[in-house]
Design a protein around this ligand. Structure first.
Ligand code: C5P
Length: 429
């Protein structure tokens, strides 16, 4: 890692209560507690009695550096639940068994976790984990609906996928490995972190706003097996989409081919060509408060896509492919933008970075342009870092240090959020 790349600890000092109930998925919660602690949070873990049959309190103490809590009537004081409930910024119950959902939906107060839920007004994220047939049972669904609609709890997952044998042991489950057809499997820690991030990170500029992001390369076929493309991985746009969702926005991501996992909570529109991306953006930009054009769109496409594979024997030693221009998506959709909508563009340059980026700010009516030098190590395509200069209207360019793409996306959204808020002040929604 380059010396100047200092990892941000975005949740420094935030208090998270991690409730762990009795499911085999509890082993993943040790990783979750470790990740949350590494993000800077102070993590208090509360285990139910059943949870302790799957994983020991000591495992959590090892990764959080804090005493794991198990007892409503402990030496820490009779009102531990009240103190905890008032101090935490977010509660996350992972895994949440069917039994826990039933008890929480009823408002029971017979163990430390359920009692603390009654003592808190912090947002609650619940991550169910159980056999898929149990999860589909109307009784479980009714309890979930009560927690979600009646109490405003956020339900994260479950996902489909192989269930461990005994995923719901102790509560009447009989799941076997690989028998899952419907959802039941607890989300992975990385996904749960995003849900906790959204509970912690809600920001006025983004809550209830619609954000549209383009990302990745486009592929322009010239025969059934070959295409013209570029080296964009999609990382920058995916990071922006995820960060905007964490801030509370409804996010649509129009993505060219990418090997990245879809960001959590984001509505994905997968496309292949520039024309398909253009059509998707044209359809959605009218509703977007903020559009971020992070895609590396092919400027040209083959004039003719051949129906048969081009064979060397027929083409000979020289093969020319005639190209024609693709639409400039940002430029051609600007007029369809929502009134007051904010637009952010990218400029990947190999010379005269700031001057060329400033031209794009004007030519494409962007509010912000994120410029980077394609020739610089650690910046641009195929790397997890970026060194960018941000240009905005009426302010000098800001050169940022080398940052991870996650951090760059936070910097972009900080500035885009300020433009959004200023627009809102001019003409309230
Ligand atoms: O002109 P240039 O390709 O450098 O402009 C880059 C910006 O314009 C990026 O934000 C990119 O996503 C957007 N763009 C686009 N459609 C194109 C080419 C670029 O939306 N055909």
């Amino acid at each position: 890692m380059p010396a100047e790349l200092v990892p941000r600890r975005p949740w420094r000092g935030r208090r998270i209560l991690l409730g762990v109930t009795g499911s085999i998925a509890a082993y993943k919660s040790v990783q979750l507690a470790r990740d949350l602690t590494r993000l800077g949070a102070v993590v208090d873990v509360v285990l139910t009695e059943a949870a302790q049959k799957f994983v020991a309190p000591l495992s959590f103490e090892g990764v959080t550096g804090r005493r794991a809590l198990t007892d409503l009537f402990s030496a820490e004081g009779a009102a531990l639940h009240v103190k905890l409930g008032q101090e935490v910024d977010v509660v996350c119950v992972a895994p949440a068994t069917a039994d826990f959902l039933a008890r929480a939906a009823q408002g029971r107060a017979d163990d430390l976790l359920c009692t603390t839920l009654l003592a808190t007004r912090a947002p609650v994220v619940v991550c169910p984990a159980m056999n898929d047939r149990m999860f589909a049972h109307p009784q479980v669904q009714e309890n979930l609906a009560r927690l979600r609609d009646g109490l405003g709890y956020r339900i994260a997952g479950p996902a489909r996928g192989a269930l461990a044998a005994g995923e719901s042991a102790g509560h009447g489950g009989s799941g076997g490995v690989g028998d899952s057809e419907g959802p039941g499997r607890m989300l992975e820690p990385a996904g749960i972190e995003q849900h906790i991030g959204r509970a912690l990170g809600a920001e006025a500029a983004f809550v209830g706003r619609t954000v549209l992001v383009t990302a990745g390369p486009t592929r322009e076929a010239f025969d059934p097996v070959r295409y013209i493309g570029n080296r964009s991985s999609g990382r920058m746009g995916y990071a922006v989409a995820q960060a905007a969702w964490r801030r509370g926005a409804d996010v649509t991501l129009v993505s060219g081919p990418s090997s990245l996992e879809a960001p959590v909570g984001v509505h994905m529109l997968n496309v292949e060509t520039a024309e398909e991306m253009h059509a998707a953006v044209a359809q959605h930009i009218g509703a977007a408060d903020l559009t971020v054009f992070a895609a590396a769109v092919a400027d040209y496409r083959p004039s003719e896509a051949r129906l048969e594979k081009v064979k060397r024997r027929q083409a000979g030693d020289d093969l020319s492919v005639a190209l024609e221009s693709n639409p400039d998506i940002a430029e051609s959709t600007v007029r369809a933008r929502k009134p007051g909508g904010v637009a952010v563009g990218f400029a990947l340059e190999t010379s005269d970075l700031v001057a060329n980026a400033a031209k794009k700010l004007e030519a494409k009516s962007f509010d912000l342009v994120v410029a980077n030098d394609a020739t610089e190590a650690g910046a641009g395509f195929e790397v997890a870092t970026n060194r960018v200069t941000i240009l905005s209207r009426g302010a000098p360019p800001e050169a940022l240090p080398l940052l991870s793409k996650d951090e760059v996306s936070e910097e972009i959204l900080d500035r885009a959020g300020r433009v959004l808020q200023a627009r809102l002040a001019e003409s309230p929604r």
